[in-house]
Design a binder for this molecule. Structure first.
Ligand code: SPV
Ligand code: MG
Length: 431
């Protein structure tokens, strides 16, 4: 080790492996090793949340032999670290020369030059990575560790992106689908188990004809083959006496959150135009349900979602704000402000006021009718969760209808073959 020289080495260390130890070993030859440990928030900007939170990763890295110091690296911009630490050497993998990290690299070179530091790039090791280890580990995820993921996502992501799943197959799609935007890989963070699409799959109306036991059965099948966290749409939660049993089942299955809506009587889907026979629960009545869930849940990682139907029922802003305050005080962890307007004006006005109060809880939007609203608009207007509540089933329904018609029309399946999945793709998915 060279005396008095400082080496800065930014790392995520999702899972500590020999690749990290090799780099640290190398860095030590140049001087005192200072690790810039990326925070959960910084990691979540580009990748999945790390399996272990910052404080756990901190403890692990601190115990590594040649690490002299750890500083929190809360962004991917190293300006602050370089200016304050003034490292003689800056270590980084050589996989950042292209793509969106290139800009960050150029900035590091510029800053190092000013401080007379030197950049040392280490060849990227392909055979070992936290991601591949993590892939193997997630196969052994327990329901308890699965429940906690949603809360961590909420703490560390700008927006938690949720898509409806109505079957294990749709769950596998939601879990595996990716979109590359530069170096950034976009994915869905969680699944929504919708009363509307669960009912539709069974050919029943969305009015609680489909009881919880049959929904829980299907849910078990979905959770068996996926690892993504799930939010369960529990309508109004059902009878108070039955609620604790539902909570037990949901927690045992590994569900991360229950969403209950403040309606009573025979339920009708909120997107129906005519809501004249739908009634809203009293604030007191609904708070009782929230309180009961709070007392029943075994872990605070299992989140309580309160869904306000005031806009759906034409009650307006003041009623929705009054309810949000009460539900938040009663123990709701997240608040869904529902709307069936064509634009998000009313929910944005709600958010603008509610987020300034001390009762603020992360807000959920369901942009089914106001589907032009982008995720960046939701973030700008204070929303933390977006639920795309029914699109997977709507897509499947249309495709199936189209296929059935084509076979009838052409008296063979040839004409539709290039519009439907190959059999081998299906076989590969489930092998
Ligand atoms: C669902 O998906 O079942 C919902 C959302 O409850 S909505 O259909 O908009 O009421
Ligand atoms: Mg529903």
């Amino acid at each position: 080790m060279k005396k008095n020289k400082i080496v800065y080495l930014p790392l995520a260390v999702d899972i500590l492996h020999s690749g990290h130890l090799n780099i640290i070993e190398k860095a030590k030859k140049y001087g005192k090793v200072v690790i810039g440990l990326l925070s959960d928030k910084a990691i979540a900007e580009y990748k999945d949340l790390p399996s272990l939170g910052y404080s756990e990763r901190y403890k692990i890295v601190k115990s590594v032999r040649h690490v002299s110091k750890i500083v929190k690296q809360d962004t991917w911009d190293y300006t602050n670290a370089i200016n304050t630490i003034q490292p003689d050497f800056f270590f980084h993998g050589d996989d950042w020369k292209k793509g969106i990290q290139k800009k960050i690299r150029d900035n590091v070179i510029k800053l190092l030059k000013k401080n007379k530091g030197k950049l040392i790039e280490i060849p990227y090791t392909k055979n070992i990575s936290s991601s591949s280890i993590k892939f193997n580990l997630t196969k052994h995820l327990t329901p308890i560790s699965r429940i906690a993921i949603l809360k961590r996502l909420l703490d560390n992501k700008k927006l938690v992106r949720v898509l409806e799943c109505h079957s294990p197959l749709s769950g596998l799609i939601v879990e595996n689908i990716e979109y590359s935007r530069g170096k950034n890989i976009e994915q869905f963070d969680a699944m929504w188990s919708s009363s509307l699409t669960d009912s539709t799959v069974k050919g029943k109306p969305d009015n609680q004809s489909l009881d919880f036991s049959s929904r829980f059965n299907s849910l078990g099948d979905l959770l068996d083959v996926t690892t993504t966290p799930l939010i369960f749409d529990a309508d109004n939660g059902g009878r108070l006496e039955h609620l604790p049993f539902s909570i037990r089942t949901l927690e045992r299955l590994g569900v991360s959150a229950i969403m209950i809506e403040d309606k009573i009587g025979l339920k009708k889907n909120s997107l129906f135009k005519d809501q004249s026979r739908s009634k809203q629960d009293s604030i007191k009545g609904f708070c009782k349900k929230i309180d009961l869930i709070d007392k029943t849940r075994r872990s605070k990682d299992f989140l309580i979602g309160a869904r306000i139907e005031s806009f759906i029922l034409g009650k307006g802003l003041n009623d929705s704000l009054k309810r949000a305050k009460a539900y938040s005080e009663a123990g709701a962890d997240i608040i869904l402000i529902h709307s069936k307007e064509k634009n998000p004006k009313e929910i944005f006005t709600f958010s603008k006021i509610f987020r300034k109060t001390k009762y603020y809880k992360p807000l959920v939007a369901v942009p089914s009718t106001y589907s032009k609203t982008t995720e960046s608009m939701l973030i700008k207007n204070g929303f933390k969760i977006v639920i795309y509540a029914n699109q997977m089933l709507r897509a499947a329904y249309l495709a199936m209808e189209h296929t059935a018609k084509s076979i009838l029309k052409n008296k063979r399946s040839h004409e539709i073959e290039n519009k439907i999945s190959s059999v081998s793709k299906l076989i590969n998915l489930i092998k």
